[in-house]
Design a protein around this ligand. Sequence first.
Ligand SMILES: [Zn+2]
Length: 137
Amino acid sequence: MPHPIFHFIVSAVIAAFLWPSIGWFALLAFAGGFLIDLDHFFVYIARGKGLDFIKAYYFFLNREEEWVDELFVFHNIELVFLATIIPLYFPFLLACSAAYIAHQIMDLINERFIERITPKQISITLFLLKGGSAKKQ
Ligand SMILES: [Zn+2]
């Protein structure tokens, strides 16, 4: 996972760029580009590691354990597809979608070229078809 500050900066740039055209809705860039990493905290809780947000933050930042098999509910190909389509019907969500797609691209670059890992659960549909378990691959 890239350091969250990079997601925050890119979200801020997208919000600033879109502010003149969509106004306050531009702040949704922070939801789509920054807050979506909260799903890491959900995985942390689901693993029974507790509710300490700071520990969870360092757990993923320092890769204390391998987590490539986990499903991160806000990081999947279906949401990328939705983020591409939704602004066509709801233009005020453009900042949220653009920041979301930028976030996914940053994560992809980080995973492929920096951390050199391959997350296995990139589709929530395939995950559910396999019975909702990362163990059944
Ligand atoms: Zn992410």
